[in-house]
Design a protein around this ligand. Structure first.
Ligand SMILES: [Zn+2]
Length: 348
């Protein structure tokens, strides 16, 4: 995130939008996008993030369509045959991208659109395993348009959604993803739902419940990231996956992602990416033993070991862990303070 703030490409986007030009271009772009969405909501009562997405799409003149079967591809091609692309007829384009190709999403610009039809058409693959990502891809395309200066052509004809790798490498794509994450879990809608579902305790069950209510279609990964971000207490979201051991023998369960929220600075967190998950941790149990059931435990950072340097300093915390597909997710939170005092007391 540090490099993104000052990246010349993002500064250029900020200049094109005539933003004041501070040290942090990412923050400027984010605030610009959020302000635009807030203005679009004025006078509207929107209960779910899906309602919000419909409103934003309408305001940006975007028609969002999702492909749930191969038949949808042909149906969409017929329905939007009036989208005139210079390069290639729409049916042939969609066939090439979504039937023979592996495109995740397409954004089409139709500047000569007739009155009553929308200028942009976003076609997003939601077949099979892509269904969960499709929710986010929709927001990603909207976030792009929120960062476009008015009256400027963003691209010519059509544009593909970038791959995961492109998104990580391109600063603008990373910034757009970051903004899409904020919009997809619009805090004024998502946070109250989360607080109600959580009843004081941040668990995956609570995150799933809140997400089903206000952001249906979102993946648990995206929802957990958003939930830790908006949570008022310290919380760290992490994921782990199996990878080959350093010496090439067998598999080890290792940390993949580790994202502390702002409040988590109070935890003396020393766990790092690629560290091996200790067998005694609930995270290990969630991955290997309990399948889809959420595990909860009070643990200590001292369980974790750095090869050759011994155990990490003691920090007690509560762990929630659950497995989804090839990864286990966890949330670390400070142990409830009453429990802590009791524990300390019993030691004396
Ligand atoms: Zn993009």
């Amino acid at each position: 995130m540090m490099e993104l703030m000052r990246h010349p490409k993002l500064r250029q986007v900020a200049r094109d939008l005539e933003l004041p030009g501070s040290d942090d271009a990412l923050r400027e772009l984010r605030e610009h996008a959020v302000d635009r969405v807030r203005n679009m909501m004025t006078g509207w009562t929107l209960d779910t993030v899906e309602d919000l997405r419909m409103r934003v799409a309408d305001q940006l003149s975007v028609k969002l369509v999702f492909i749930t079967s191969n038949d949808d591809v042909y149906r969409i091609a017929a329905e939007f045959a009036h989208y005139k692309l210079r390069q290639v007829p729409l049916p042939r384009l969609l066939q090439a991208e979504f039937i023979t190709g592996d495109t995740e999403g397409l954004l089409l610009d139709n500047p000569g659109s007739v009155k009553g039809s929308r200028r942009y058409l976003a076609i997003i693959d939601a077949r099979g395993p892509r269904a969960a990502r499709a929710y986010f891809t929709g927001w990603h395309e909207l976030a792009h348009l929120l960062l476009c200066p008015p009256r400027q052509r963003v691209f010519d004809g059509f544009r593909r959604s970038p791959s995961e790798l492109q998104r990580r490498k391109d600063p603008l794509e990373s910034a757009v993803d970051h903004i899409a994450g904020l919009l997809a879990f619009w805090e004024p809608i998502f946070k109250p739902a989360l607080i109600t579902a959580a009843g004081g305790d941040l668990t995956f069950a609570a995150i799933e419940k809140a997400s089903e209510l206000v952001a249906p279609g979102a993946s648990l990964y995206a929802a957990s990231l958003a939930a830790t971000r908006v949570w008022d207490g310290a919380a760290v979201f992490l994921t782990c996956e199996e990878g080959t051991k350093a010496d090439g023998t067998g598999l080890a369960l290792r940390i993949q992602t580790l994202i502390p929220n702002e409040r988590a600075r109070s935890l003396d967190l020393r766990i790092r990416r690629s560290m091996r998950v200790p067998i005694a941790s609930a995270l290990w149990r969630a991955f290997y033993e309990t399948s889809d059931t959420e595990c909860a435990a009070n643990e200590d950072q001292a369980l974790w070991e750095v090869t050759g340097r011994g155990n990490l300093p003691k920090v007690p915390w509560a762990v929630q862990a659950v497995r989804r597909g090839g990864a286990a997710y966890a949330i670390l939170k400070p142990t409830a303070s009453r429990g802590l005092r009791h524990y300390a007391g019993s030691l004396n």
